[in-house]
Design a binder for this molecule. Structure first.
Ligand SMILES: [Zn+2]
Length: 127
């Protein structure tokens, strides 16, 4: 299934030292190194998908892969608005900058570029 991951890393992303290997469910989106440009007022950062392991509950943000579907990434943002408080607090505790609805525009720009409105309309017509 798309956007799902596998629990292979133990301490740091890419270490491949976990023997859990269960599937990790996409839970939310986050920004790494989010900054607001003082000139344009626009925020940007590296868009990440926050996964949670269905076996051991480990939460970790992961880079978006080139073949991840942009439309599904946006659906994930919508779904993550309904995250339960406990999970959201856990993510905040881990220092994960969970993206809320106010920053949806920054997500769209990061996926489709500054002319996202045009791009997004084109995509919406496809579905
Ligand atoms: Zn696990």
């Amino acid at each position: 299934m798309c956007l799902w991951s596998k629990h292979v890393d133990l301490h740091t992303p890419g270490d491949r030292r976990s023997d859990c290997c269960a599937r990790m469910k996409p839970m939310a989106l986050s920004f790494k190194n989010y900054e607001v440009n003082l000139f344009t007022g626009r925020g940007s950062g590296e868009l990440m998908i926050v996964h949670q392991c269905i076996n051991c509950d480990k939460i970790s943000p992961n880079r978006i892969a080139g073949d991840d579907n942009e439309y599904q990434i946006i659906s994930l943002l919508e779904e993550s608005l309904c995250l339960d408080e406990n999970t959201r607090n856990k993510m905040t505790y881990l220092g994960i900058d969970v993206i809320t609805h106010e920053r949806k525009e920054a997500v769209l720009i990061s996926l489709f570029g500054i002319n996202y409105k045009e791009q997004f309309n084109r995509i919406e017509k496809k579905f």
